[in-house]
Ligand binder design. Sequence first.
Ligand SMILES: Nc1ncnc2c1ncn2[C@@H]1O[C@H](COP(=O)(O)OP(=O)(O)OP(=O)(O)O)[C@@H](O)[C@H]1O
Length: 371
Amino acid sequence: MTTQTPALLIDDASRHYAGTPAPAVDGVTIDVAAGEFLALLGPSGCGKSTLLRMVAGFERLDGGRITVGGRTLSGPGTHVPPEERRIGLVFQSYALWPHMTVAGNVAYPLETARVPRAERERRVRAALDTVGLSGFDARHPAELSGGQRQRVALARCLVMSPELVLLDEPLANLDVHLRAAMEEEFADFHAKTGATMVYVTHDQAEAMALATRIAVLDHGRLAQVAAPRTLYREPATRMVAGFVGQGAVVDGVVTGPVAAGRARVRLFGAEALVRCRPGQPEGPALVCLRPEDLEPAADGPIAATVVRAAYKGGFVLVEAEPQAAPGVRLLLRVSGDAQVAPGEALRLAVRDGWVVPEGAPPQERLTPARE
Ligand SMILES: Nc1ncnc2c1ncn2[C@@H]1O[C@H](COP(=O)(O)OP(=O)(O)OP(=O)(O)O)[C@@H](O)[C@H]1O
């Protein structure tokens, strides 16, 4: 059996800024396989950028270790400076030189590294070709769209053939349409180069669309790292359940039996069968109900009242309040043809759900590109 060295290993890494009450990054462990696209996701201030800056070498660690391809870059007594890490960086501000042409910007890191002219020109051409900007060599950044500028920044990073590429909210400054187009560009870029990527975002849709795995940070700690589908269907904590995807996290009681990943739960006085981790104990529990887990049904056991109904094109997103739990809001989708109005009574059936195993170990290891 062979054990592959992870492309990037963040091992129990911490950073506590002086004068702040709590660590920005608190004992985070993640290993990233070669060729993996890992998204770091979480609300503002959860420590995503700090963690990325630690990997890049701009921040020192207060504890733990960071290795890339088996080489320790940060650790007790070790801090390799950013420029010696062979890591590509792409940030939301493209940081292109305005007085240089596109080709000049992309060639810049090669010049700094004293790469001979002929090889430099070949690599610049190849990098511009990869990002779909052949023929733009002579333009200046001011003559490009936001998306094109971001692609130049990608090409400039790619031209150095980095082992690892770090991207910090690279689409944050682009409008919605351009973001969608650039998402595809990033997916292409990843497929073509096979580079290992770590991508910071607070946009869960972006993370879901791009990443092989997503690491969710919550107040500097790793809440869960898993494939997008697992994160959505089997959130490990209340925070992950609420932050990723739509739906509700509600109080229920596991009444058993718990077998084959299923449990019987009592929800709003009704019985339902939902998914759970093996060994889920009986008793009070949090249950995550996604919109597709709930269905209006004439004989549904949960009596509810429509609070809001929003036509979303093709379907209506309904917010409903169970009569047994005033203040709780459930979300479900009904057909776009259905007439649903606030105040209406509704009976709901629970088709699926997930018992949130708060307190269980957060780490899930998966090989890249596999669910
Ligand atoms: N240089 C600094 N000095 C002191 N505190 C800092 C510094 N940089 C970040 N912090 C604090 O560390 C915590 C994590 O910040 P960080 O920028 O890593 O979060 P983030 O998840 O990237 O947020 P955002 O999505 O808003 O960029 C925050 O509480 C922030 O205020």
